[in-house]
Design a protein around this ligand. Structure first.
Ligand code: NAG
Ligand code: NAG
Ligand code: NAG
Ligand code: NAG
Ligand code: NAG
Length: 561
């Protein structure tokens, strides 16, 4: 019965192979580690032509579907589906789900079939499409995470079998840096050694580890996660921070957010790995300097464990491996943390479909804290970081109060897929420019206010910007004026931030109060804060910036083929 419906759509099969091969620039492949049935996923794109081709290989089957979803749900997926019918006749179409599986064809067929073939062991599907098809049933391919769903099967009822469904987040428009290998490359490890993971839900383990002992300047050119198999599924993120050199270091492992004040003196992010992250190669003209007077002599490593099953007796030796070289690159790079100062003044009301929070970076404070003029920053790479309520993040670049561009964005942020991403071109940030980080949260599944804090259940909203030339600044972020929000919500007058936080926590949240809080958060002044690598900080009041919501790709401009 179903099959008959499908037969109707044979007309949509386009001419095979009219686009040639996948060999678009940036071609790359990912081999599945999660599902050994799905062997391979390849893609390539052309930025100028705004087109992409994608290939999947699965076991030999009668049909397979490749879905793209903004949120991971099959119902919201844009799908390409193809296979062979009972008479071994090929079918293929661009479809979507109308309530129930299997997909129905879109009115506009925007996927072109490049290859659909099988042999005794494998089936291969290769397709081509434009990033923007102007069909509301297709997902735009932009600078966003895409939840890919691959489904395959044998039977002609298109039965969904969990073991034949494969899901993974991808970022298609990635910029890959050539891993130009200098002649001399030295690996060095920042890792724990058989650390017994506590049985608590959340542990932040911190310790100090010396930098490589080099007496002349070297450049770090690559970071690589060391994922101890014991810790997989529990190690949530690993961060390394450069320390100020005025500390007494020790090697015991402590609680990062406990009583050891030294940890707060090591704030200068050097690298972060989170679930989904991979090896990172710096662009070929940039490396992170080590070995000079100004460079940190120690790092603080922070490993966040989420042991929600409270498994006892697990010994973990995860960490980060760096590769450094004496063959210096053109620029000394660094990483600047921007966004919202991690503190409960950052709040998200419960029951919000989307609540947007903001953090300012006022770069004119950078020369102020350093006490000398500072060159423009050249930003080439970004890493976005929020926790479980965050659905999208934008890093906006302002000059003289006007929005002039983007330093990173993801409309479909995936907490389980935090990736260091290249910008399509270098962005110059002049001292005096402002960087505004916006995180949109969804809290429909929460009863209480979510406050800013380091735990996964609290929120964070930061963007790490990789830039050169490096200055010893760790963070450039801000706190919203919570008194203003307090007053806008007509809450009891307060003197201190802590009282305002208590007030916010006691609001009876509904659509109206959420809307009021949203407006107040957008209008409020901020306390912009700069942290020096040594732990020193200064702050200044910063007026609100004009905010406009992102506009979708203007589809009337689409040139149809
Ligand atoms: C079957 O197809 C796969 C995927 O293209 C290929 O890697 C494999 O070598 C093929 N097997 C044979 C026996 O040709
Ligand atoms: C670093 O190397 C120098 C000379 O090779 C040596 O004197 C010094 O003790 C080393 N420092 C550490 C912390 O190992
Ligand atoms: C901002 O505007 C002022 C006055 O128009 C101008 O002098 C200044 O150079 C501008 N700043 C930047 C960073 O463009
Ligand atoms: C996002 O995509 C647009 C259009 O392709 C591009 O102009 C912009 O620079 C991109 N932003 C980032 C952060 O990659
Ligand atoms: C801002 O700086 C002032 C003066 O140094 C200090 O008293 C105040 O606590 C700082 N505010 C914040 C939010 O750090």
């Amino acid at each position: 019965m179903l099959w008959n419906v499908w037969m109707l759509f044979f007309w949509v099969v386009p001419i095979l192979g009219s686009r040639g091969t996948i060999d678009l620039p940036h071609s790359r492949e990912v081999i599945s580690s999660e599902n050994e049935n799905v062997l391979l996923f390849k893609w390539g794109y052309d930025r100028e032509m705004q087109e992409i081709s994608i290939e999947i290989q699965v076991p030999a089957v009668n049909w397979l579907a490749l879905g793209f979803s903004p949120d991971g749900k099959l119902e919201t997926s844009d799908l390409a589906i193809g296979g062979w019918d009972k008479d071994d006749k090929l079918f293929f179409y661009d479809g979507h789900i109308e309530g129930v599986w299997p997909p129905v064809p879109d009115k506009s067929q925007d996927y072109e079939l490049l290859e659909l073939s099988r042999n005794k062991t494998h089936t291969v599907l290769r397709i081509w499409r434009k990033w923007f098809t102007c069909d509301s049933n297709d997902l735009d391919i932009e600078n966003d995470t895409v939840r890919v769903i691959i489904i395959f099967g044998e039977d002609y009822k298109f039965t969904l079998l969990e073991e034949n469904i494969y899901r993974k987040s991808f970022f298609f428009l990635e910029i890959l840096n050539d891993d130009i290998e200098p002649e001399i490359v030295i690996p060095y490890e920042f890792r724990l050694h058989n650390f017994p993971i506590p049985v608590h839900d959340t542990t932040y383990a911190c310790t100090f580890i010396p930098m490589p002992n080099v007496s002349t300047k070297h450049h770090i050119i690559r970071y690589e996660p060391i994922n101890d198999p014991n810790g997989i599924g529990i190690v949530h993120h690993i961060l390394i921070y450069g320390c100020g050199n005025n500390l007494k270091f020790s090697s015991e492992i402590g609680d990062c957010y406990g009583n050891d004040p030294r940890y707060a003196k090591c704030m200068n992010s050097m690298f972060g790995w989170a679930i989904g992250g991979e090896v990172f190669d710096f662009p070929p003209d940039m490396g992170v300097p080590i070995g000079t007077e100004e460079d940190p002599k120690y790092i603080r490593i922070e490993i966040h464990y989420s042991n929600f099953e409270n498994k006892p007796g697990i010994l973990d030796s995860s960490g980060i491996r760096i590769y450094y070289t004496p063959q210096l690159r053109e620029h000394d790079g660094g990483i600047l943390m921007t966004g919202i100062f991690t503190f409960p003044a950052h709040f998200v009301p419960p029951g919000a479909e989307r609540f947007r929070s903001y953090g300012h970076c006022n770069t004119h404070l950078i020369p102020k804290i350093l006490g000398h003029p500072v060159e423009d920053f050249h930003v080439n790479t970004y890493l976005l970081h929020g926790h479980l309520t965050v659905r999208s993040i934008r890093v906006m670049h302002y000059r003289n109060g006007t929005l002039i561009g983007s330093l990173g964005e993801d409309k479909n942020y995936d907490f389980n897929f935090q990736q260091v991403r290249g910008l399509p071109g270098i962005v110059t940030v002049k001292m005096g420019d402002q960087i505004l980080v916006e995180c949109s949260s969804s809290t429909q599944d929460r009863d209480g206010v979510t406050f800013g804090g380091p735990s996964t259940l609290n929120e964070m909203c930061v963007a790490f910007l990789f830039y050169y030339p490096v200055v010893p600044i760790a963070a450039c972020w801000s706190l919203v004026d919570l008194q203003y929000v307090n007053d806008a919500l007509e809450l009891e007058e307060t003197e201190t931030i802590m009282d305002a936080i208590i007030n916010i926590n006691s609001v009876d949240w509904d659509e109206e109060t959420i809307a009021k809080a949203q407006t107040a958060v957008q209008e409020a002044k901020h306390t912009a804060i700069i942290n020096h690598r040594t732990g020193d900080m200064i702050n200044e009041t910063s007026p609100a910036l004009p905010i406009s919501l992102p506009t979708p790709f203007p589809c009337h401009k689409c040139t149809e083929v």
